[in-house]
Design a protein around this ligand. Structure first.
Ligand SMILES: [Zn+2]
Length: 329
């Protein structure tokens, strides 16, 4: 069995000429360079190829690669799609249901634009700490220094202040508190009507259907885009049901051999069991690795776009070398 490299994309835009040049996004030039790099070193597959290989019906080509686009951003339709079609590359797209159908901006995306609009991370983190202090008394919240110690830790791509803002607003505080704080910061720093912003940020149902007509796959990314491992069985089941109902609207019928891309890469044994019972064929995580084989199809690792070079003429990067060795490190 040959190795499979799955690459994950989020925002892709002409940053310098966009309204939010501070957004953490891949530039169009870097995206084009990376596609051309991938064409040189990998064989880009469609989801159906991986599903067939998982069933043992056909083998994956050597150095197989799957391109995945998370969160249903309009960037994927306007910027990524034409460049994929130009190169004859298949890809798969994972929109959460709520932003597409409900005209809402997910808190996690509001946070990205708050960060983009406020380059002084230390100031933003301090302001958030002050806002949390303001809530004390009404709600029981963890002590400030405990929150800071727990959440202000650097990650692969972010410094401690950015991680603090993201984590506290994503899951470090009770849901009601963090949603209100996120909306307040969004109004202060971004200051755009949420409904209008959602229309500019996400694809709509017609665009998703169009992706499928053009040979691309559209899979599940939850309804509310929450950490599945934080939900009990009933709530996980409800999220998966809503995901499937949404995909049925995109596909024009209940999807067969569908793919689940875990929001925030979060899942547990319950998730896997529920997905198996719903005919899910592949599950995509955010664990950075090359899959040496398809032995654990519901827990496939993925590389971030930042893990691969962004120029056709770049030397093979470390992950490419590993994939060439078969994904065994
Ligand atoms: Zn996501």
């Amino acid at each position: 069995m040959s190795a499979l490299t799955i690459v994950m994309y989020h925002y892709i835009r002409d940053l310098a000429r966009s309204r939010y040049p501070g957004l953490k996004a891949l530039t169009v030039k870097a995206f084009e360079g990376q596609l051309d790099y991938i064409i040189q070193h990998y064989r880009v597959c469609a989801v159906q190829d991986v599903v067939a290989a998982r069933r043992g019906e056909r083998r994956l080509p050597p150095n197989a690669c799957l391109l995945t686009f998370d969160d249903g951003f309009l960037d994927h339709f306007t910027t990524a799609l034409p460049r994929l079609l130009d190169r004859g590359l298949p890809a798969s797209f994972y929109p959460p249901a709520v932003p597409v159908e409900g005209g809402r901006v997910l808190d996690t995306h509001k946070i990205h634009f708050i960060l983009a609009a406020c380059p002084d991370r230390a100031k933003l983190a301090r302001q958030l700490l002050d806002m949390i202090e303001g809530w004390r008394g009404d709600v029981a919240l963890p002590p400030t220094d405990a929150l800071w110690r727990q959440h202000a830790v650097g990650s692969r791509f972010d410094g401690p202040e950015v991680v603090f803002v993201k984590r506290v607003l994503q899951r470090g505080l009770p849901t009601d508190v963090r949603s209100v704080l996120t909306q307040r910061l969004f109004e202060e720093f971004v200051g755009v009507d949420v409904r209008a912003f959602a229309q500019e940020l996400y694809m709509d149902l017609e665009q998703l259907r169009c992706l499928r007509r053009l040979g691309m796959d559209v899979g599940g990314h939850g309804a509310e885009h929450v950490w599945l491992d934080a939900l009990d069985r009933r709530a996980q089941d409800a999220e998966i049901s809503r995901t499937l109902a949404f995909l049925a609207r995109v596909h024009g019928g209940v999807p067969v051999d569908w793919v689940m891309c875990y929001p925030f890469g979060s899942y547990d044994e319950t998730t896997l069991e529920l997905l198996r019972s719903r005919g899910c064929a592949l599950g995509l995580t955010t664990r950075a690795a090359v899959a040496p084989d398809l032995g654990r199809p519901l827990e496939l690792p993925r590389l971030d776009t930042n893990d691969l070079p962004t120029s056709a003429t770049a030397e093979p990067g470390a992950w490419t070398v590993e994939a060439l060795r078969g994904g065994h490190g």
